[in-house]
Design a protein around this ligand. Structure first.
Ligand code: ZN
Length: 485
């Protein structure tokens, strides 16, 4: 059973400037990895992330001071994802892309290191500051940010679709510079809804944090072959058995009392309503549809931390912090996204800087005059289309794909992990700062995280969390009586 790379390949094809032969180009790409001592957690996640791309992954054990059982474990991890592309051992040849985990780059083009719960990333020639001991969250976030940088290097992305940053310094808990990590969160009857791309990444972070406590996991589906290359946990053996997704989490979270619910969110809601499950106080949302988010809203939890991936090519990640009193998840997702989706003309104007009144004259060919006022990036992007009618540009630039709730958008593991890091980061923040405001975070992983990507959200005045506030209080009171009687 060969590993199914169709989803990462589809994303690579959608994101690249040269969509032909993407598969062949990736097949001939080698990424060499080295690591400082003591960075095994991050190294392990990075190897898994790279193995989920159809490339060759090589580890230099001597430069990384690794031997014996550790190497066997890393080889087994890679083989569990793709036995036909085993982890290679050897030195960087100089022509491959060299990535390093730690602060002593050993000649690597890109290096990253966990600092507390956060990441510090440097391209060659940019030194690291002093860093603090990294946590499991810092390790996974760093591995995810490093994998995104690798993706940018090996795929020829359109110039308006990414930025290669010399430095990234961000903590997903504080959304500021990384530093000494606060106390690690202990789960207390939390509920994770969705054990898919983001849900398995949340579980991976909890495992690497050595989190303990109780976690209910709700997901009706089974783990299948295409999930191996897009999820953070689970291998081909688990896919062959078609294990319930909730059981993948049970397997990987030995320190947590996982209460398995292989059912839909709506059925779980019924269990809560009937007093068969305690009403959840904190819900970690890892679902991929508006519909499922509206079901989560009906749980009326004190706190919902909803992670998401989306955008035109599935690389935008987000976190919505919601509460029963508002903003609730309906405030964030009031309607189906197709009806609030932007027109191709608006997307084209945003992507290129062309004015809407110019785009409206779509049958006139694009001229040098049109490019004069635009940014250098936009000029570079559009100069290939000089002489062609403007009305065809949106399609040529692949801007017509509007979000559609029914349409499956491929997720890529580094985006799902960054969304999950925002979820767990918010969980830690709310444990240490219960008065935290409702934050709405969004960024494109192809640009990388940076301070300022957060907004405060208020409830929508005509949302049910406002108009039916009394009813919601009654429902919460009844559920609490059920659970204590
Ligand atoms: Zn609301």
């Amino acid at each position: 059973m060969p590993t199914d790379y169709s989803r990462p390949l589809r994303l690579a094809t959608q994101g690249t400037y040269r969509p032909s032969n993407v598969q062949e180009r990736l097949k001939s790409t080698t990424v060499c990895v080295t690591a400082d001592p003591g960075q095994l957690s991050c190294l392990q996640v990075l190897i898994g992330n790279l193995r989920r791309l159809p490339i060759t992954v090589r580890l230099d054990p001597r430069a990384s001071n690794l031997r014996g059982a550790v190497l066997d474990d890393l080889a087994a991890l890679a083989a569990g994802i793709d036995p036909d592309r085993p982890l290679q051992f050897g030195r960087s040849t100089g022509t491959d892309l060299h990535v390093h985990v730690g602060t002593t780059p050993l000649g690597a083009g890109i290096s990253g290191v966990p600092d507390g719960h956060g990441v510090r990333l440097r391209r060659a020639g940019h030194p690291f500051p002093t860093v603090h001991r990294g946590t499991g969250l810092g390790s996974v976030y760093t591995a995810a940010v490093l994998a995104a940088e690798v993706f940018k290097e090996i795929i020829d992305l359109a110039p308006n679709r990414h930025v290669k940053r010399d430095r990234i310094d961000l903590c997903p808990v504080t959304l500021a510079e990384p530093g000494v990590a606060a106390e690690i969160s202990i789960l207390d009857h939390h509920v994770l809804i969705g054990a898919g791309a983001i849900g398995t990444a949340v579980a991976l972070i909890l495992r690497e944090l050595s989190a303990t406590g109780t976690l209910a996991v709700v997901d009706p589906e089974s783990f299948e072959e295409p999930n191996v290359a897009t999820y953070s946990l689970g291998d081909l053996a688990a896919a062959a058995k078609r294990l319930p997704k909730v059981d993948i989490l049970v397997q990987h979270l030995p320190g947590i009392d996982v209460r398995r619910h292989p059912i839909r969110a709506l059925e779980y809601l019924n269990l809560v309503d009937n007093g068969n499950e305690p009403p959840p106080r904190t819900v970690l949302g890892a679902v991929d549809s508006i519909h499922a988010r509206h079901e989560i809203a009906r749980l009326h939890a004190n706190l919902v931390l909803d992670g998401s991936t989306g955008g035109n090519v599935g690389t935008t990640v987000g976190l919505s912090e919601a509460t029963f009193a508002g903003p609730c998840l309906r405030c964030y997702y009031p309607q189906q996204p197709s009806s609030k989706g932007q027109s191709a003309e608006q997307l084209l104007a945003q992507a290129t800087g062309l004015r809407l009144d110019r785009i409206a004259r779509g049958d006139l060919p694009l001229t040098k005059d049109d490019l004069r006022e635009l940014s250098p990036n936009s000029r570079r992007l559009l100069s290939a289309h000089l002489g062609r009618p403007v009305c065809g540009l949106a399609r040529a630039l692949d801007l017509t794909a509007r979000p559609d709730p029914g349409q499956f958008r491929p997720s890529i593991v580094f985006a799902a992990q960054q969304a999950a890091a925002l979820v767990v980061g918010a969980l830690i923040r709310h444990n240490t700062h219960p008065e935290s405001i409702s934050r709405d975070i969004e960024y494109d992983t192809l640009y990388g995280p940076q301070p300022g990507m957060v907004q405060k959200r208020n409830a929508r005045h005509n949302c049910t969390c406002q108009t039916d506030a009394k009813l919601i209080q009654d429902v919460r009171a009844r559920r609490n009586r059920h659970s204590t009687s």
